[in-house]
Design a protein around this ligand. Structure first.
Ligand SMILES: [Zn+2]
Length: 303
């Protein structure tokens, strides 16, 4: 964190952040809150986060997570194989000690273990602190100076922010030239995390969101089978109002997700898409978007 201090910037005035005796501050805006010894670099005047509420909930997540959530998720969604493969691919392309920002990094995303397994410097940012975060912040105003990171990991985050385009442009700003980006965002998924779920993206919409980046690879994280499975579960929940009934009715058809394929046929109904790319000087033009719809996912080693 000592090295990282020089890379921090105030989310309000964009000036440097100081740490005097464990108190983080800015010359213009005064002292910041801290939580679990991590600076809370949030501009509460422009954030969905409320300062008083943040203090009151004593650094817990604002989203109540149910205990069965992770188990059910494993049955109904399976492991995120694309994320696991791209965590490996990202690591292979980075030098030892390369600095990687994990936005929404309070918990490890499905399949992201391999990112943490190597010798990268992982910097976790989230709206509440855990042992995996170094800074509490709102991703609309990432509190780091330009070109701080060699890569950014953005898994299952963009649906939970109010303005994804602003977050992506912040990610672009804090990435070094030729820095890598991995983003995994839902398409055909019902609302999850309650009040903190705002947006979905088609495959083309997701590409356009990352138009400032050169694409290395894109695809579906889960296909139409997973989407149907989730729909059945949420259909039962909508009709009965019972989460238990929803789980009991959908669990026996968990095999629907074995129909998932990352192919063109799934592009209109996939559960979610990922984008793996690089920051370059070039940007995608609007005219390229019509052709993008017919561009099949490409895997390394595929013709
Ligand atoms: Zn300031």
């Amino acid at each position: 964190m000592r090295d990282l201090l020089n890379a921090l910037r105030c989310p309000i005035c964009h000036g440097p952040v100081l740490n005097v005796g464990g108190v983080y501050s800015c010359d213009v805006d005064g002292d910041f809150l801290s939580s679990q010894n991590q600076p809370v670099l949030v501009n509460f005047d422009s954030s969905i986060l409320d300062r008083d509420e943040f203090i009151a909930r004593a650094s817990a997540s604002p989203v109540r997570r149910r205990r069965h959530h992770q188990v059910l998720r494993r049955i109904l969604k399976g492991a995120n194989k694309a994320a696991a493969r791209l965590a490996d691919r990202m690591r292979a392309q980075l030098a030892p000690g390369a600095r990687v920002l994990v936005v929404g990094g309070a918990v490890k995303g499905s399949g992201s273990d391999n990112l943490y397994a190597g010798d990268l410097e992982i910097v976790g940012l989230d709206i509440y602190p855990t042992a995996l975060t170094q800074v509490v912040a709102d991703a609309h105003e990432i509190p780091f100076v330009d070109e701080t990171f060699d890569a950014v990991w953005l898994q299952a985050v963009l649906e939970h922010v109010l303005d994804p385009a602003v977050v992506v442009s912040e990610v672009h700003r804090v990435l070094k030239p030729r820095g890598l980006i991995f983003a995994d965002t839902p398409f055909m998924q019902p609302v999850h995390e309650a009040a903190y779920d705002f947006t979905r993206f088609t495959r083309s919409g997701h590409r356009w969101l990352f138009r400032q980046f050169e694409e290395i690879e894109h695809g579906a994280t889960a296909g139409a089978g997973t989407a149907l499975l989730w729909s059945i579960r949420y259909f039962v929940r909508a009709v009965t109002g019972s989460r238990l009934a929803a789980a009991l009715c959908s669990a026996p058809v968990f095999w629907l997700r074995f129909f998932d394929r990352d192919t063109q046929r799934h592009r209109d109904a996939a559960s979610g898409f990922y984008f793996f790319g690089r920051k370059t000087g070039s940007a995608l033009s609007p005219r390229e978007m019509a052709d993008y719809y017919d561009q099949a996912p490409q895997r390394p080693g595929q013709p």
